[in-house]
Write a protein that binds this ligand. Sequence first.
Ligand code: SAM
Length: 212
Amino acid sequence: MVWHAIGRQLRHPRGWSGRLIGHVMRLVNDRPNRLAVSALDVQPGQHVLELGCGPGAAIARMAARGALVTGLDQSEAMLRQAARRNRRHMAAGRVALHHGYCRRLPLEDGAVDRVLAVNVAYFWDDPAEVLAEIRRVLAEDGLLVIYVTAADSMRGWKFAGADTHRLYDEAALTSLLTAGGFVSAGVERVTAGPGVTGLVARCRKASARKET
Ligand SMILES: C[S@@+](CC[C@H](N)C(=O)[O-])C[C@H]1O[C@@H](n2cnc3c(N)ncnc32)[C@H](O)[C@@H]1O
């Protein structure tokens, strides 16, 4: 029961326990966020979209590199934490936050150079729809980086049950991306924490010619 409640809060943080989860996520997800941001290779002036931005730690890191960052999350509690963490970047016009869902992105076609999704793909009930939206908003030569903790690490975690989390190994992540119209440049196994393996997938849109 308690584990299930934690799983639901990770999926959609709400109320005081959601706020607490946000602070915990900022700490325990620090290394995955660093690894994923590094794989995204953000350049100054690029427009980056972060899906499921949570408490906004990766946003702060990317804005500090000179990127223009749009953060999206379905949790108002997380958006408040992200706004506090990024208030100076927001005041400078370098960060914008949106309340919304990954399956419907509030951006024009081809509007972003990079898309980052850390610890959020577990919660996509409709991954094909989400990937179609990412393809729509990503520039032709844009880059998508997804981080998930590997299924073999997560299987032992009681809060990550099938009712709240969809787990991925390398093959499942690669086939998800391929089916979604992306070409994976490889899924790298990384050490996300003590005894915890993560997967960092870096991919680009499959070419229009290949789709026909
Ligand atoms: C486990 S947290 C990860 C937060 C952050 N990326 C990190 O790694 O610390 C997942 C976040 O994704 C958000 N989320 C889950 N499913 C979503 C969806 N379909 N659309 C938008 N946000 C979603 C949740 O509200 C939550 O803030």
